[in-house]
Design a protein around this ligand. Structure first.
Ligand SMILES: *Cc1c(COP(=O)(O)O)cnc(C)c1O
Length: 457
């Protein structure tokens, strides 16, 4: 029997070259340090995107604020800016310490993107930005919008809606990207079609249909659902495809979180500098949201922020892409990983080539977590903090505990000279979704976590 070749090498070659691959293939939890990464100044010279791109995205969202307030009155409090709070989670911190038998030095905060207005998930940052940018481009081309200095409240006018009704937007998704694209696209007047992969929950399809969005259900995984959507969209010149695998606009929409987080931390008098390191743990699917946010944070804090992506042990597509240096050339299938995860927002078998190649320069590392960890912490988060998150949103929560309880994590701290400074550190787990989950679905998630509350084997 001839051995299968994965990106030019046999599995044996790969295992020899990267010993931890064996653990990844056996779906064990791993904590991985990105040794390809250099310091921020050096990394910045290697990539095409820069702070100017982040600023441009921020300015565009500011221009749209008057439209957003008008179209979505729930954003009045934040003046049309789609943003969430950060809160301390001390009882959850104690729970994590007990679960992993470790001490988390420093503060633990939760970033509440589960409560983002309009769409209730982290996707609201990237997807809504991309839809708005597309609408702006069309309106400028058509001459409906004379210049970017006009008041964008006119995007809520009948004239604009009638114009956008002649245009289509399509997207392929495990669910949440579709909700953000669908709700904003439909509000502007676009004809929106969402291609859903097999993981997509029924309530997400129902919700979109109630907004007048066309939902096409695929019995395939995310990669194939996207392929299908892209193919269909390419055949229609009036159709714009929001491409989760390749979109720079989607990525840039996420980056604006960096500046905004700094403002929030400043307000709470949380210091971030060489002696007060900031650690951020971000759930990772295709990589756009954790990548974009990390990129934005690095522009603000440079090497004083340490960013780790988090994936299910059964869906480690970013980790495989980075660790092999092969990016989207490898998928979980190549390494015989089954892809079975309840963290549906992270159910991506192959990472984005664009994002993973860029982020190899900026992610400090990543880790995987088991299904039972996510389930246990989902239930604990409700019990301890009264916060209901969807399964994918829990992926970043154990990050700080894993940093202190794994050999790799401890190594990272000592190599960076941070061990002695961790008492002054701040850890942020990025909660990425949950507020829109129907009560019945949340109850079922809660019950799953009760069953699995046994300690890690
Ligand atoms: C999509 C999603 C993520 C991950 O974002 P990617 O851009 O796919 O990496 C995390 N959490 C939730 C709830 C999501 O929907």
């Amino acid at each position: 029997m001839s051995e299968q070749i994965i990106a030019g090498k046999t599995l044996g070659n790969w295992e020899e070259e990267i010993p931890v691959l064996k653990n990844i293939m056996e779906t064990e939890s791993v904590f991985w340090i990105n040794r390809f990464k250099s310091d921020f100044a050096t990394a910045s010279k290697k990539v095409e995107l820069s702070k100017a791109d982040v600023d441009d995205a921020e300015e565009r969202l500011a221009r749209f604020a008057s439209f957003i307030v008008t179209a979505f009155p729930e954003t009045e409090k934040t003046k049309g800016i789609i943003e969430s709070k950060i809160t301390a989670i001390p009882t959850m911190k104690a729970e994590l310490e007990q679960y992993y038998d470790t001490i988390i030095e420093g503060k633990l905060l939760l970033k509440r993107d589960d409560t983002l207005p309009i769409a209730g998930t982290i996707k609201a940052r990237g997807a809504i930005y991309e839809v708005l940018k597309h609408a702006e481009t069309l309106a400028l081309e058509e001459g409906l919008l004379k210049s970017i200095d006009e008041d964008y409240i006119i995007f809520a006018s009948d004239e604009f809606r009638e114009f956008f009704a002649k245009h289509k937007i399509m997207v392929g998704t495990t669910g949440n990207l579709g909700i953000s694209v669908g709700i904003m696209g439909a509000k502007l007047g676009f004809e929106v079609t969402v291609h859903m992969s097999v993981e997509a929950k029924q309530w997400k399809k129902d919700l979109l249909r109630s907004h007048g969005v066309t939902v096409i259900e695929h019995n395939t995984n995310f990669t194939k659902a996207v392929e299908n959507g892209r193919m269909q969209s390419d055949q229609d010149p009036t159709c714009y495809f929001v491409d989760d695998e390749h979109s720079m606009d989607l990525f840039l929409g996420y980056t604006v979180a960096g500046n905004r987080l700094k403002k929030q931390l400043d307000e709470q008098r949380v210091k971030v500098d060489e002696d007060h390191p900031l650690f951020v743990y971000l759930p990772c699917g295709i990589g756009g949201s954790p990548g974009g946010i990390t990129f934005g944070l690095k522009q603000v804090y440079g090497d004083n922020v340490h960013c780790f992506f988090s994936e299910p042990t059964h869906m480690p597509s970013m980790m495989l892409g980075l660790i092999t240096d092969e990016y989207d050339e490898v998928s979980i299938d190549d390494f015989d990983i089954d892809g079975k995860t309840g963290m549906d927002g992270l159910a991506v078998p192959r990472t984005s080539g664009f994002v993973s190649k860029l982020m190899k320069n900026f992610f400090d590392g990543g880790f995987t977590l088991q299904e039972k960890e996510a389930q246990h912490f989902l239930t604990a988060m409700i019990d301890k903090e009264g916060i209901g998150l969807e399964p994918a949103a829990l992926a970043g929560v154990p990050g700080a505990a894993r940093l202190f309880s794994t050999t790799e994590g401890k190594c990272y701290l000592s190599e960076k000279g941070l061990t002695e400074k961790m008492g002054q550190a701040t850890h942020i787990a990025w909660a990425t979704g949950g507020s829109m989950v129907p009560k019945e679905d949340m109850k079922e998630f809660y019950r799953q976590g009760l069953k699995k509350s046994d300690v890690l084997s």
